[in-house]
Design a protein around this ligand. Structure first.
Ligand SMILES: Cc1cc2nc3c(=O)[nH]c(=O)nc-3n(C[C@H](O)[C@H](O)[C@H](O)COP(=O)(O)OP(=O)(O)OC[C@H]3O[C@@H](n4cnc5c(N)ncnc54)[C@H](O)[C@@H]3O)c2cc1C
Length: 366
C-alpha cells in the first residue's frame, strides 16, 4: 500500500459532524482524509434547514465556548432570518416566543463546511462508500482501502463504524418533508400532538417558499403510515411542491460511549441530536469541534482520546440530559386526547413548554 493511503485520521462522512472534526484536527496539524459516499456532499437535501442564531446558541448551550469561531455561516447559506417561533397544539392556536433562527440553504451550508475544512488542510475523497472498518483499515466499495491511526465515524444514523463496532441502539424516527412555493410569513412553526404522534411537524419559511415536514414514532401511530400523516399535515398549506425528501432522525439523545480504542463517533452516529427540538446540525458541530481538537492533542501530546467524552459532558451534558427528559415527558403528554392537550397549552404553561423545547429544567424536580 502506498503512503498516500495512510493517514493520521480518516473521517467517514463529510456532513456537519465530519467536516467539523476534519477542520479542527487539520488546523491543529493532523493529516486528515474525509471519505464520503456522496458527490457533491450534502445532496440530495435531507433537512428542515433550521438552526438557531449564534446568540440563540449561546443561550441554549451556555457552557459551549467560542460559538462565533465554530459557526461561521456564510450569507449565501442563509435563506431567511426568523425572529419568532410558534409552538402549535392541535387546536392550531399558537403559543408565540421570540426566537432568532436561521433558515438555511442546507446544501450551501454543508458545502461551506467542506470548504472550511479543506482550507485548513483536510483532504476529501467523494463518491466513495465505506463498507466496513477492520483494525486500522477502512474498506471501500469496489475494493480499495485506506489506513489511519484514528478512525472517526461521522456517517450519520447509518454509520458503518457505529453499526459494526458499537452495540447500543438509538430510537430513530422516520421523517418526510417538502419544499413548497409561496409566502409563509416570518415565524418558524413547530406542531405537536396527534398530527405527528410521538414526534413533531414543522413549517420553516424560506426567502421564497417554505420547508414543511413531519416525523413520527411508529409505535404511536395506530396503524397509520408516515405518508398518510405527512399528506394530511402538508395539505394544510397551499403552494406548489418543488421537492420531496425523507430521512431518519436519531431521537434518544447521545449514546453512552463515543470512544473505543482508536475509534470515535460524532454527530448523528453518536446520537447528538437534541430530542426535544430536533436540533442536530449545530450539535453535531459542537461534538465535531471537541473531537477534532482532542484528536490533534492526542497525536501531538498523547492526550487520551477519552478526553473527548469528558469535554462533551462538560459542554453539553446538562443540555442533553434536560432535552432527553423533556422528550420523555412530551412523549407521555402527547398521548393525551387533542382536547386535553389543547387545554395544557395555555398562558400558565407557556414558560414550562418553552423551557422543555429549549432544553432547560421544566420544573424544580424534573
Ligand atoms: C428530514 C430531516 C430534517 C432535519 N431537520 C433539521 C433541522 O431543521 N435542523 C437541524 O439542526 N437538524 C435537522 N435534522 C438533523 C440533521 O440533519 C442531522 O442531525 C445532521 O445532519 C447531523 O450531521 P452528521 O454530519 O452527523 O450527519 P449527516 O449530515 O447525515 O452526514 C453524514 C455523511 O456521511 C456520509 N456517509 C454515510 N454513510 C457513509 C458510508 N458508509 N460511506 C461514506 N460516506 C457515508 C453521507 O453521505 C453524509 O454526507 C434533520 C434531519 C432529517 C433527516
Amino acid at each position: 500500500m502506498s503512503d498516500s493511503n495512510h493517514h493520521d485520521v480518516i473521517v467517514i462522512g463529510g456532513g456537519p459532524a465530519g467536516s467539523t472534526v476534519a477542520r479542527y484536527a487539520a488546523a491543529n496539524g493532523a493529516n486528515v482524509l474525509v471519505i464520503d459516499g456522496r458527490d457533491p456532499i450534502g445532496t440530495p437535501l435531507q433537512c428542515g434547514e433550521l438552526v438557531p442564531s449564534n446568540d440563540e446558541m449561546r443561550r441554549l448551550c451556555p457552557n459551549v465556548p467560542e460559538m462565533d469561531d465554530l459557526f461561521q455561516t456564510p450569507q449565501e447559506a442563509i435563506s431567511r432570518r426568523s425572529t419568532q417561533m410558534h409552538i402549535v397544539p392541535p387546536s392550531g392556536k399558537p403559543l408565540k416566543f421570540p426566537f432568532e433562527g436561521l433558515v438555511l440553504n442546507r446544501v450551501a451550508h454543508d458545502e461551506a463546511l467542506v470548504q472550511l475544512a479543506k482550507e485548513n488542510g483536510a483532504k476529501y475523497l467523494v463518491d466513495s462508500h465505506v463498507e466496513r472498518v477492520e483494525g486500522n483499515e477502512v474498506m471501500l466499495r469496489g475494493g480499495a482501502s485506506h489506513t489511519a491511526k484514528i478512525i472517526v465515524g461521522a456517517g450519520g444514523h447509518n454509520d458503518p463504524l457505529r453499526r459494526d463496532h458499537w452495540n447500543e441502539s438509538s430510537l430513530k424516527i422516520p421523517v418526510k418533508f417538502v419544499l413548497m412555493d409561496g409566502d409563509f410569513g416570518d415565524a418558524v412553526e413547530l406542531h405537536f400532538g396527534s398530527m405527528a404522534p410521538g414526534g413533531y411537524a414543522w413549517m420553516f419559511p424560506k426567502s421564497s417558499g417554505a420547508n414543511i415536514g413531519i416525523g413520527i414514532q411508529r409505535s404511536f401511530s395506530k396503524g397509520r403510515s408516515l405518508n398518510q400523516y405527512a399528506e394530511e399535515f402538508i395539505s394544510k398549506y397551499e403552494g406548489e411542491i418543488s421537492f420531496r425528501g425523507a430521512g431518519s432522525l436519531p431521537m434518544s439523545g447521545s449514546i453512552r460511549t463515543f470512544v473505543k480504542g482508536n475509534y470515535l463517533l460524532v454527530g448523528d452516529a453518536a446520537g447528538m441530536v437534541l430530542p426535544s427540538n430536533g436540533a442536530g446540525i449545530t450539535i453535531a458541530m459542537i461534538g465535531g469541534r471537541i473531537a477534532g481538537q482532542v484528536i490533534a492533542e492526542h497525536l501531538s501530546e498523547g492526550t487520551p482520546l477519552e478526553e473527548y467524552e469528558k469535554r462533551w459532558n462538560k459542554q453539553m451534558g446538562k443540555v442533553m440530559r434536560n432535552s432527553k427528559r423533556a422528550f420523555r415527558f412530551g412523549s407521555l403528554m402527547f398521548r393525551l386526547p387533542n382536547w386535553m392537550l389543547n387545554l395544557t397549552f395555555n398562558r400558565l404553561t407557556k414558560g414550562i413548554i418553552w423551557r422543555a423545547v429549549t432544553c432547560r429544567r421544566m420544573f424544580l424536580i424534573l
